[in-house]
Design a binder for this molecule. Structure first.
Ligand SMILES: Nc1ncnc2c1ncn2[C@@H]1O[C@H](COP(=O)(O)OP(=O)(O)OP(=O)(O)O)[C@@H](O)[C@H]1O
Ligand SMILES: [Mg+2]
Length: 109
């Protein structure tokens, strides 16, 4: 964890972040068959970022297209941010949830 998480992140943002983390860990446990999960949380000046990377079987790109991974995506969009899922290297899945910091008016790109 890096940045001023205790002071600069509102309860609303923290609540969404923890909801996404909970769902991402549940997915890693239920679908990925991973032996390792790395979690990073970073509060910068502009952006609050959560990444959850597992070393499991990987997510099928067709599944990503088909499923809107609804709850996590809406927890990003509600705050003006984005959710992306990509293949890990050499294996696994990387989930990235990025939202503008509270009080920051720029949307993430
Ligand atoms: N970390 C992961 N590794 C591999 N596959 C994943 C991972 N996360 C999600 N998936 C795939 O994406 C699909 C959609 O995930 P999503 O969380 O939207 O639904 P779910 O977990 O199947 O159901 P729910 O979350 O409603 O219990 C999963 O069914 C699974 O096939
Ligand atoms: Mg799920």
């Amino acid at each position: 964890m890096t940045g001023l998480l205790d002071t600069d992140v509102t309860a609303e943002h923290a609540d969404h972040l923890l909801g996404v983390l909970r769902e991402a860990l549940s997915n890693a446990a239920r679908h990925a068959h991973a032996s390792r999960v790395e979690i990073a949380v970073e509060a910068g000046d502009q952006e609050l970022r959560l990444s959850v990377a597992d070393n499991g079987r990987g997510i099928d790109p067709a599944v990503v297209r088909r499923s809107d991974l609804a709850n996590m995506r809406s927890r990003a969009e509600e705050l003006g941010g984005t959710l992306t899922l990509s293949r890990g290297e050499p294996l696994g899945t990387i989930l990235e949830w990025r939202v503008p910091m509270p009080g920051c008016t720029d949307s993430v790109d």
